[in-house]
Design a binder for this molecule. Structure first.
Ligand SMILES: Nc1ncnc2c1ncn2[C@@H]1O[C@H](COP(=O)(O)OP(=O)(O)OP(=O)(O)O)[C@@H](O)[C@H]1O
Length: 460
């Protein structure tokens, strides 16, 4: 017997024990109701082959959603998480990864304007430890106003830390469009290396991608961290990737490869898939899909509509990250691969955790425990950032100390983000979470009773 009728979000959400909604191949009609995005208990949604239509609700708030099948319906909108291509095919109006349909700019804008309640999700990028040589840097980073020979020098200077104007190193996409459309330099001409393919792990879109293709495409420096530089690389067909050029990592190619493959095997919907990697004596690159939606950092600190990032959304982000971290730790503990660099800029607003994983070559138990503890500490700092709305400096040490001093000495609710206070979020609940966060900081032994008051006044 085929089921017919329409979907009612209120009753679906009210059925708390309903986790698997299995309605494939029926004759259900009407829109997929927007309210279904609030049915947080759902883990599996099967709606393929019905007569549904309309805009996809925002399912990104359903952190436990692991299966999502909407094949052959006429839905429109952006896919909430990177589900397999098979599960969303047959919907010409859907866009976003893993489909090759890019979402129109208007949709992207929607994310950039931080429609938090609807759009907050979390993806974590899980990745690497890194270290590379500085050769061929010009292929990625070219300044627009100088002759090409000079550009090479600029890049080399920037990468080696000689460039004093570090913050000015960011170049806009438009600069690149006009000036970096084709670098005359290639890895082949510089080093005599032969053409070589990247190891493509996930994306059918970039199959056959060559190292040279990456080097030649227009690139924009997104940022430089302690493990190397990240570039936005734009191809002629519009495919946009984020490429991390890892520096100074004395790890053998075999080990690098096996780490990347191991990370690739552990799939979690909130951890951004590695698209590809490349490893040679001179270079180690890791490739992701470019995420246009901004980071949790931007959401918290550079968002004009910050008011909309309310307590409920922050809690949901915190819970999603915790769940994801626990999953990844469990899967990767034996391999000694923690994230290693968990911070708000590595979490994008659809909640993808950006990769990052420093593998200790010292696999002793103590050492391994301590590297995983760094993630727990990072998570504690993230909680403090969500609760206080303050920017993290000095790896979170100062923020943890400041919050600790407020909690222990002269308690004031002003420790919390004033937006949360204004919204009427429960002080008691926020305090509970604050205490959890402080426990993580204590674990790293950064808060001590006998502590000198050091630089925590930045938060006063
Ligand atoms: N796939 C991506 N798409 C879009 N932006 C990204 C992507 N990955 C990272 N970013 C953004 O680019 C900037 C630089 O990222 P990167 O990961 O290099 O920083 P980092 O973690 O400080 O580096 P490091 O690990 O070397 O210390 C950050 O602002 C981050 O939010």
């Amino acid at each position: 017997m085929l089921l017919s009728g329409t979907l009612d979000a209120d009753s679906l959400c009210a059925a708390e024990s309903l986790t698997v909604l299995s309605l494939n191949n029926n004759t259900i009609t009407g829109d997929v109701p927007q309210g279904m995005g609030s049915c947080r208990q759902l883990t599996h949604i099967y709606l393929s082959g019905n007569k549904l239509s309309g805009d996809l609700p925002d399912f990104s708030r359903i952190s436990g959603l692991t299966s999502f099948f909407v094949q052959n319906i006429s839905l429109t909108g952006e896919i909430p998480k990177p589900f397999s291509i098979g599960s969303v095919m047959g919907n010409p109006g859907l866009c976003g990864f893993p489909l090759s349909n890019k979402c129109p700019p208007s949709k992207k804008k929607m994310f950039c304007s931080w429609g938090v309640k609807q759009k907050i999700g979390s993806y974590i990028f899980w990745l690497y430890d890194s270290r590379t040589c500085y050769s061929h840097l010009h292929c990625f980073q070219v300044s627009s106003k100088k002759p090409k020979n000079e550009k090479v020098h600029d890049v080399a200077k920037m990468e080696s830390g000689m460039d004093s104007s570090r913050n000015q190193s960011k170049t806009t996409s438009s600069d690149y469009k006009t000036d970096v459309s084709r670098s005359e330099y290639s890895i082949t001409s510089e080093t005599g290396m032969v053409s070589s393919s990247l190891v493509v792990l996930t994306s059918p879109i970039v199959k056959g991608l060559k190292f040279e293709d990456l080097l030649k495409a227009p690139a924009e420096l997104l940022g430089r961290g302690k493990h190397g530089s990240l570039y936005k690389v734009i191809f002629e067909d519009g495919t946009t990737l984020a490429v991390k050029r890892i520096k100074d990592w004395s790890i053998s190619s075999e080990e690098f490869k096996s780490r990347m493959q191991r990370i690739d095997q552990v799939k979690h919907p909130n951890v951004m898939d590695l698209v590809a990697f490349y490893c040679s004596k001179q270079e180690k690159l890791v490739v992701y899909n470019y995420q246009p939606n901004g980071s949790l950092f931007k959401l918290l600190h550079e968002n004009e509509n910050v008011r909309r990032f309310d307590w409920g959304s922050r809690l949901s982000v915190a819970a999603t990250i915790a769940e994801t971290l626990a999953f990844m730790h469990e899967k990767l503990y034996a391999d000694g691969i923690p994230h290693g660099n968990l911070k708000s800029s590595n979490i994008s607003t659809r909640i993808w955790i950006h990769a990052g994983s420093f593998k200790s070559t010292d696999q002793s138990k103590d050492r391994m425990n301590s590297t995983f503890e760094v993630d727990i500490y990072g998570y504690g700092v993230l909680l403090l950032e969500l609760l206080t709305g303050k920017q993290v400096q000095n790896n979170g040490v100062d923020l943890a100390r400041w919050v600790n001093s407020v909690v222990r000495e002269e308690w004031t609710a002003e420790v919390f983000d004033k937006i949360l206070i204004r919204e009427g979020a429960s002080e008691e609940r926020m305090l509970h979470l604050l205490q959890v966060a402080l426990k993580f900081a204590e674990m790293m032994n950064i808060i001590r009773e006998d502590e000198e008051e050091r630089s925590i006044d930045v938060y006063e």
